[in-house]
Design a protein around this ligand. Structure first.
Ligand code: XPZ
Ligand code: ZN
Ligand code: ZN
Length: 515
């Protein structure tokens, strides 16, 4: 009997060890043998024109950006914009980019009073055009807390400081600068493209980008791809990855802004009711904050980001990332620890405004708050609204939806995706230190969502190397760009325009490490 028991225990143990070993074997096999091929391509041609800058070009490039930063194109709210500055910006680009404005094959139109649309006619009408998008308006900036005033464009230690240096005059001016340099070198464009520069991106883009999109749609335009702001070359954002990695947004989150309000009879504060409007609203807000929206890791493209970057991680994280089918619970717990990575895996909840009370001894008649949700790609606004109602669970709290839109559809990311291959090629040309290019999610919103009817290939990427510290400067204090970083951005755009002139993508080549 004892022998039989021992035998059974041994068999059980062997079974368990066997299962563990088999699991380990599968993990290793998947990690090292079954890794998906990155899909490299062989590109015969290099951009025709190299990006060599004279001292004069360098000065001109820097001063063009600095001049634009000094124009205070601030969007305060949908009905409060600095329209004088928006008009000045239009005059400014005309002055600074004479070749762009005088080329016979470039049509310039002003849309919605202040936005700009450039139609650059290439020599080959058979090639489907693409579009580069940017915006000129900026969010307000406080005067305090900056090392140099936010509209001074002061240069310090190799950086230009100012509102808009990263979001997003660097793109607006950078695109025009790249085209200006190409035109001055008599580059003959083959593929047509559009440049859109919106004037109200920071307040939803209804008068600028939306109108540009409507006009192009009415003209029957279809785009091979569209590139806008929204992600970057990330350096130090992800624990365990040392090298900078290019994460290109293939979708952006949706948004839902709700106004919550509670109305109550006012009265004398000496005999207060059990609950005031402020107390009731504060309770509702606290419930929203204490009960974050569900963790959706694995239901959206965030999992593809990690899979693409798996080989960038050091051991044993590389093993974990290659086997997310097994380790995703641990990974999702790690991701939710940092605000920027937490934003990738769930709909975020941000209480952004709170107003209540009129005098120290009056029971407040009303309390109001605004809560801004950014919706994970796997959810819809309607679903999020239901969760909000259930979480608040108090009929005294009135919920008004202010603005809402669902997440963008997911753009293609494969060997046939023209834009993706062009970005990869251009990154290789301009940022050789970047070894991985991965699809990702834009955690904020951009003007690009207005263009969904013109293309299914919308990509969000700024060719700038940014560190977590830089991310805090966007909409924050001391927004800045390094002069070198801006030169690289212009170089990227300069080469991207040339690379896009390719007729057809080269065939994938299994053994090449070019891309
Ligand atoms: C892996 C970790 C990921 C970290 C992400 C780092 C990404 C860095 C690039 C960030 C670019 C952000 C672009 C922001 C554009 C922007 O500010 N959009 C605004 C637009 C808007 C304005 C009013 C109301 C709704 C929406 C916004 O989203 O608030
Ligand atoms: Zn922006
Ligand atoms: Zn912004």
């Amino acid at each position: 009997m004892a022998g039989r028991l021992r035998g059974a225990a041994l068999a059980g143990c062997l079974g368990l060890c066997g299962t563990a070993l088999a699991l380990l074997a599968v993990v290793l096999l998947r990690a090292y043998v079954l890794r998906p091929a990155p899909g490299p391509r062989v590109w015969g041609r290099r951009p025709e024109l190299g990006f060599e800058l004279s001292a004069r070009d360098r000065r001109e490039l820097k001063e063009a950006l600095r001049g634009a930063i000094k124009i205070q194109t601030v969007s305060f709210s949908p009905d409060d914009q600095n329209t004088t500055a928006l008009a000045e910006f239009g005059n400014y680009i005309k002055k600074v980019f004479p070749a762009v404005f005088s080329a016979k094959f470039i049509q310039h139109e002003i849309i919605g009073e202040y936005s700009h649309l450039f139609t650059v006619q290439g020599s080959d009408p058979q090639l489907t055009p693409y579009m580069l998008l940017a915006h000129m308006d900026v969010v307000p900036a406080s005067q305090e807390g900056w090392v140099a005033p936010p509209f001074s464009a002061e240069e310090r230690g190799g950086f230009i400081y100012g509102r808009g240096t990263m979001d997003n005059k660097n793109s607006a001016i950078g695109i025009l600068q790249a085209l200006e340099f190409l035109l001055r070198k008599d580059y003959r464009l083959r593929r047509s493209f559009y440049i859109g520069i919106g004037h109200d991106e920071e307040i939803y883009g209804h008068k600028g980008a939306r109108k540009i999109a409507d006009l192009l749609e009415a003209r029957g335009v279809k785009l091979s791809f569209l590139l806008d702001e929204g992600s970057a070359i990330l350096d130090g954002f992800i624990k365990g990855i040392k090298a900078p990695v290019a994460v290109i947004g293939i979708t952006e989150k949706g948004a839902l802004t709700v106004k919550l309000s509670v109305e109550k009879e006012p009265g004398h504060s000496s005999a207060p009711p059990k609950e005031t409007s402020i107390g009731i609203l504060a309770g509702a807000l606290s419930r929203l904050e204490q009960n974050p929206m569900p963790n959706m890791f694995g239901h959206g493209p965030e999992i593809r980001t990690l899979e693409h970057l798996a080989s960038e991680f050091t051991f044993p994280l590389n093993l974990i990332m290659t086997n997310l089918w097994l380790f995703s619970p641990i990974v999702s717990r790690i991701l939710q620890q940092m605000p920027s990575t937490n934003a990738l895996i769930r709909t975020t909840t941000a209480i952004t405004m709170f107003n209540a009370g009129i005098k120290t001894n009056i029971i407040p008649p009303s309390a109001k708050a605004t809560v801004n949700f950014r919706i994970h790609p796997s959810q819809k606004a309607e679903e999020v609204l239901e969760i909000i109602k259930t979480t608040i669970a108090d009929d005294r709290v009135k919920i008004d939806v202010q603005e809402t839109f669902d997440p963008n559809p997911i753009s293609p990311w494969d060997n046939q995706a023209f834009g993706v291959q062009i970005f990869r090629r251009t990154l290789l040309d301009v940022f050789p230190e970047v070894s991985s290019v991965a699809p990702g999610i834009c955690i904020a919103n951009t003007d690009s969502r207005h263009f969904a009817k013109l293309t299914d290939a919308i990509y969000l990427f700024n060719p700038l190397i940014i560190k977590p510290d830089d991310f805090l400067r966007i909409h924050g204090l001391n927004e800045r760009i390094s002069v070198e970083g801006y030169e690289k951005q212009v170089e990227f755009l300069y080469q991207l325009i040339q690379n896009s002139d390719i007729k057809k993508l080269p065939e994938p080549h299994a053994n090449s490490h070019e891309l």
